[in-house]
Design a protein. Structure first.
Lengths: 203, 203
DNA sequence: CTGTCCATGTAAGGCGTTACATGATTGT
DNA sequence: ACAATCATGTAACGCCTTACATGGACAG
């Protein structure tokens, strides 16, 4: 259901074609809601059928080009979007293949699970670097032309990804360290409950 | 594909029926791989058809009870599981409705998005309390009868959940604080790159 | 001359969710 | 009396992925 609301969110800013929506997804919310092309076209049809958007056909400029189909948000669509944005949702349940590998790691050797963990750590560090790039890009780039409040909310989603990736990196490093030392002793429960707060400046 | 390997993982420990597998899922890996009953039965059929497990029918004890169907892992199944456990996987892409709400929060009021964030924070804190309970339960409970190395790997998955929930809680608190103060200024990039390491003892 | 961009879609399949169905036994 | 437990499944639907299909324009 959320893909529909992501699309409504973009249409609330300006009219979009399916093609442009795909590019908008890839350029912005891809990290917390990837969407592929066929999914977007299908959902757009559904959105129009539900009366949440209307269709405007823009003829192709060159002689034999396909027409563009611009979707305009209706008032019903905007109302639906507003309602969705205000409604609290339950926690997402995540499926993490890596954790399954760790859970059953007793069946393989330490060296084997270490290789898997190190691979994941490298990927996580690449992701962190990628987030850092986006961050500096937003700050130096054209972001200042928008209202600070709007920029703030998009930056919040970036901070989320960053903090999640940092937590994952720390966990991986801790796990790799202990397995390398063959240190299988449990952690002190006092370090876990009550949990420690790690603030970033500004929070 | 991973549900199949979760089931193979359990079958590597002992034979299971669909019913018992459902209970095993709910009692252990539910937090990173929830599975429902019909999915488990369907996948078991497929696993048997693929020759990864064999079927033993155990007649119901009371007069008219259903027979239990016990699945035994074959050598092919064990080989497949081993291969899967050793293979690094790409990062999981997550879909987070909450982040979509934040991304488009410019369309609603601060009070409205605050309510959504506070609701999420309460849920995250409940989850943290739940993890803390599991943690003390494992430590005081029957865990010590198993090999420390096996206990260690299952505890690692719990630590992951804990660190992820802590990161989420910190992010939510930071966001709520700043929105309450109507402080939309961006964070200092130096605090993000290079990222700070927050060790837990033992890591 | 090969590939990428533009711009639209369809088809098939996998994975997950919800609801329905059976039917005796045990607990409140 | 009502619900939960035990134990198996089927049916239908929705979301997501991958691959296929069209066809001109333009760049290396």
């Amino acid at each position: 259901m959320s893909l529909k609301h992501a699309i409504l969110g973009f249409l609330a800013i300006q009219p979009f074609s399916g093609y442009d929506l795909k590019k908008a997804f890839d350029a912005s919310i891809q990290h917390f809601w990837p969407a592929n092309q066929s999914q977007i076209y299908r959902t757009l049809h559904q959105i129009e059928a539900d009366g949440l958007a209307t269709l405007e056909i823009v003829p192709g400029e060159a002689q034999d080009h396909l027409d563009r189909k611009l979707y305009h948000l209706t008032e019903t669509g905007l109302a639906e979007l507003h309602h969705w944005l205000r409604t609290p949702r339950p926690l997402t349940d995540t499926r993490e293949p890596l954790l399954m590998q760790v859970y059953f790691a007793g069946l393989i050797t330490d060296a084997e699970i270490l290789a898997v963990l190190r691979d994941h750590l490298a990927q996580t560090e690449a992701l962190l670097a990628h987030y850092a790039m986006i961050h500096t890009g937003v700050k130096t780039g054209s972001a200042s032309q928008f209202e600070p409040r709007l920029v703030f909310y998009t930056m919040l989603t970036l901070e989320y990804g960053l903090r999640a990736a940092l937590a994952q990196r720390d966990w991986l490093q801790s796990a790799i360290d202990r397995i390398t030392r063959a240190d299988y002793t449990p952690l002190d429960p006092a370090t876990l409950h009550p949990p420690v707060h790690h603030p970033l400046p500004g929070g």
